[in-house]
Design a protein around this ligand. Sequence first.
Ligand SMILES: *Cc1c(COP(=O)(O)O)cnc(C)c1O
Length: 438
Amino acid sequence: MSNASLLARSLAAVWHPCTQMQHHEQLPLLPITGGDGPWLIDADGRRYLDAVSSWWVNLFGHNEPRIKAAITAQLERIEHVMLAGFTHEPVVELSERLGALTGLGHAFYGSDGASATEIALKMAAHYWRNRGQPQKNRFVYLQDSYHGETLGALSVTDVPIFRDAYAPLIRANFMVMSPDARQAQEGETAADVAERAALALETTLAAHHEEIAALIVEPLVQGAAGMAMYDAQYLRRARALCERYGVLLIADEIAVGFGRTGTLFACEQAGIKPDLLCLSKGITGGYLPLAVVLSSDEIYTAFYDQDVRRGFLHSHSYTGNPLACAAALATLDIFASDDVLTTNRAKAARWNAGPFAALASHPRIRHWRTQGMIWAGDVSTAPAGFARRLFLAGLQQGVLLRPIGSTLYFMPPYILRDADADRLAQCTLAALNTVLAE
Ligand SMILES: *Cc1c(COP(=O)(O)O)cnc(C)c1O
């Protein structure tokens, strides 16, 4: 099969995600035929360093032998069984382990991040209904937030390009100031910005808490907005304010969970526990779709009743899929056996002092920032079409970059070695300088 014909067939038959399909008249699709650690390999044998972990899911590289073995072993037992009325070893063990790691002991499963957001929003509103306060059914979300693209998730997402076309379908909620540290004014620290944002949150909660079910946040890093990072103090203040005003706290760790920010879960850095925790993306190491919402005993208990209508009557066909749970268990095993968090901290320190320092000091990059295994910077006076142009220039250099607007970022697989990080920095600088010189 020639490449040209595969690309033509793809464009004819596949509606690609997050894409204006007409752009592919100019921008070629890349046919990927293999993966090897942090590398993607195309049909011509060219290799691309996957600096975005294939949309933030691939934690331990492509073709990871242990995750593959776990899925294959599970495949020999049972590939799938419905989770209503049935159970199986992988889902029980995964729920127990996630409960032990987070202190949130009841695991409800979905298949994608957006389904986790929907579950959390529905659960929060239904919780208040079961508690005799059905009017508490609205949500508070942060400016520049992203929680997925289904309709409920869009109602708490502030990315106009994803939201505007569907505005008539979306229920209005309350948007509050983001604690994004880049908003610091002269003399202000990141913690000061967090405090300002907390005061804004307080104003909204004070005025509207009687109709608010929950606050939803992306802890520490607002990913899709362009890796906006903020001080952990905001999470502590938000936790306390939610308590004071009788509002649930939903932590969406779909992107930041599983070690991305330096701790297993980002909330740990603030020392807080949310009422509902959404996980997906890296949960299976990027092998299979799986999402979970972990909930507190208090929420779970509010649904536990003789009356079927007080139960959480939500389901997805693939809820708790055994193969995906087996991949998630293998992923958790790798965190333990490879001491991933400690290794990552040492790597990040070396790369910050070494190869990535050149990006931090690049004359056209502003607000170079890092949190755990995320790096980002904003390109000043970026030329029109910057994101697409840098993506193309990156491919020429053998690196997969996918800027968000004028924000360039790395969210690499954790198995990146020092030599790969050197290469990543060099290729990115070469691609950036090419685009800026055009
Ligand atoms: C990616 C993402 C989602 C949505 O997950 P999907 O699997 O793409 O539906 C939700 N919240 C955050 C913070 C994300 O990064």
